[in-house]
Design a protein around this ligand. Structure first.
Ligand SMILES: [Zn+2]
Length: 167
């Protein structure tokens, strides 16, 4: 009886459980796989993830239509020299959306890269943007107070401001 049970059971070397043979994959040879089904699946998934990963370096991402960079465990957009030059030159004194557009990436990607490189916005530029926003707020309030009526000869409140939405 005990012998019979031993035959029908097998210990998985991975999880150490003593399981029924039906919990192990049956191989073509009639033998059972060395790991239980649960551990076997994990092993397969891990092997798949390992092989799927591109070794460190760059590769062309078909659906993104651009060169990507793979390092360690993450895949990111690859920044070529031109893109980096644009970023370094324009980041300090250009609006984020504009720099991102120049580099051909999303603002989020651009900001992350700028932080990675330790780039900082120019103090005067930040002050200028702040000033512009303040003026814009002030003028917007003024227009609201005037119920949107703009008198003839009055300087449009959006004059000189590069904001498309206001045109
Ligand atoms: Zn197992």
């Amino acid at each position: 009886m005990e012998k019979e049970q031993k035959k029908r059971k097998k210990t998985c070397p991975h999880c150490g459980r003593n399981l029924w043979l039906r919990d192990f994959w049956k191989l073509k040879s009639g033998e059972r796989y060395r790991l239980c089904i649960e551990c076997g699946r994990k092993e397969k998934n891990e092997a798949y993830a390992r092989n799927r990963k591109v070794p460190d370096g760059t590769f062309y991402h078909k659906s993104f239509g651009r060169i990507m960079e793979h390092n360690g465990c993450s895949t990111r957009i690859f920044w070529n020299k031109d893109m980096l030059d644009i970023l370094k030159t324009h980041y300090p004194n250009t609006k984020n959306e504009e720099v991102a557009e120049m580099c051909g990436v999303s603002p989020r990607t651009m900001i992350r890269k700028a932080r990675e490189l330790g780039l900082q916005k120019d103090k005067d530029f930040v002050q200028g943007v702040w000033e512009e926003n303040r003026k814009l707020m002030h003028l917007t309030n003024k227009v609201r107070r005037n119920s949107g009526m703009i008198q003839k000869g009055h300087v449009p409140w959006n004059k000189g401001l590069k904001i498309k939405e206001t045109i």
